[in-house]
Every structure is written in structure tokens, then in C-alpha cells.
Design a protein around this ligand. Structure first.
Ligand code: 5RP
Length: 224
């Protein structure tokens, strides 16, 4: 199977996972990226079975609306029953690196408001140790150089993602050469740097369920 076929297979498995939770008053959280897009496209056939969605990016909101799915502001909805999103890396504890698509802040906010986080990923995303994928850090623009210097002190090699402005009007530093031994501690450490809006470690709030697409099929992993 190609990587695209694996992404579609996990999207289909996520539809099966979510279908029993749907109902007229139900609003679900939807993430960002190519795997989330596969899920959005499959969700279109269920559009009459739920109220709508909260999106973690303008791009996902546009795609949802294109399928006739209503998009709500998170402030209107309260707690969501479920959030479905991809990942750049995911480990055995279902902790993740996210933000390859620069949507990490809204992703973390929507995930925080969801009772259940379902991560959908192809097998290439599954790692023993987080950090091979450069960890994204969203920064307030005027703090970018300061934050970069602080990241160097922590051992990272931060690179400014040129030309990218997040949906929140901020900038991204990608941390190369930054293998992470203690994701929960590092997530908190990075959050404490003045000027950091969010970092792409999703460790304090890992996924609850991982649907992992492999050539042998989709495997289901539940957070311990
Ligand atoms: C966007 C993200 C995505 O979930 C992550 O980059 C995975 O994307 P894809 O499904 O395209 O591989 O965090 O900010």
C-alpha cells in the first residue's frame, strides 16, 4: 500500500470509531493535514448525522465547509466528545510531535477541549523516541530570535520556517537535532520560554486512541 492509501485506511477506521458517537447535537473536533483531510473527505457522507465540527485551522474549516459540514467556533461549543487529527511522530505512550502544518496551537487547544483524542497516522509516523521530526515551536514574531537563543541553550538547532505565518499571525521555529527523552518535562520547559505560544509536543495530553495504518491493516492502540 502507498502512504496515501494507508492514510485513507486510517481515516476509514476513524469513521467507524466516531460513527457511534454522532447525533443531532454533536460537534466534533477536526485536525489539520493530509491525513485529517482524508478523514474530512470521508466524513462528508455522514454530514446529516451530526451538528458540525470545530476545525483546528482555516484550511480544515474551508474543506469542511466545502463538504457542506457546518463549522463552529470553539467558544460556542464547550467540551467536544472527540478530536481526530494526524501526527508527525507518535510513540508507544501515544505522545506526539505535531505542527508540521503549522497548526499546532489551535490543534492543542481543540485537543484540550475534547474528551477523547483519536490520532490517525500511517506507520511511518510511529517512533521509539520523539525528535527525529524537527519539533515546531510557534513564537510571537518579535520574540523569535530570543526564543531561538533559548532553544540553542536546550540543545536544539532552531530554524526559522521562512514565509510561514500561522493562523494566529505568529512564526514557527523548527528544532532540529533535538531528540526528546522526557516529552512531558520538555513540553513544560518549552512552554516556560517567554515568547513561546505553543510547542508541538503533545505529551501532557497524549492521544487516547491511535489508529495506525500498516500494510497488514489498521492497528488500534489505547493509551495506558
Ligand atoms: C499539522 C499537524 C499534522 O497533524 C501533522 O503535520 C501530520 O500531517 P500529515 O497528516 O499531512 O502527515 O500537526 O500542524
Amino acid at each position: 500500500m502507498t502512504q496515501d492509501e494507508l492514510k485513507d485506511a486510517v481515516a476509514a477506521a476513524a469513521i467507524d470509531e466516531v460513527r457511534p458517537m454522532l447525533g443531532n447535537n454533536i460537534v466534533i473536533g477536526i485536525g489539520t493535514g493530509s491525513t485529517a483531510n482524508c478523514f474530512i473527505d470521508r466524513l462528508a457522507e455522514l454530514r446529516g448525522d451530526f451538528r458540525g465540527a470545530v476545525a483546528s485551522s482555516e484550511a480544515s474549516a474551508k474543506r469542511l465547509k466545502g463538504h457542506g459540514i457546518d463549522v463552529f467556533e470553539l467558544n460556542e461549543t464547550g467540551t467536544l466528545p472527540v478530536y481526530i487529527d494526524g501526527a508527525d511522530e507518535v510513540n508507544a505512550h501515544l505522545q506526539m510531535i505535531k505542527g508540521g502544518g503549522a497548526a499546532l496551537t489551535r490543534e492543542k487547544i481543540v485537543a484540550a477541549c475534547a474528551s477523547r483524542f483519536i490520532c490517525i497516522a500511517d506507520a511511518s509516523k510511529h517512533v521509539e523516541r520523539l525528535g527525529n521530526f524537527p519539533l515546531p515551536v510557534e513564537v510571537i514574531p518579535m520574540a523569535r530570535s530570543y526564543v531561538a537563543r533559548e532553544l540553542v541553550k536546550l540543545g536544539a538547532d532552531p530554524v526559522y520556517r521562512q514565509g510561514v505565518v500561522t493562523d494566529n499571525g505568529n512564526q514557527i521555529l523548527d528544532c532540529y537535532e533535538f531528540m526528546i527523552d522526557d516529552p512531558v518535562a520538555m513540553e513544560a520547559r518549552l512552554n516556560a520560554i517567554v515568547g513561546v505560544v505553543t510547542n508541538g509536543l503533545f505529551a501532557a495530553r497524549p492521544a487516547d486512541i491511535l489508529l495506525l495504518g500498516e500494510s497488514s491493516g489498521v492497528s488500534r492502540h489505547v493509551s495506558a
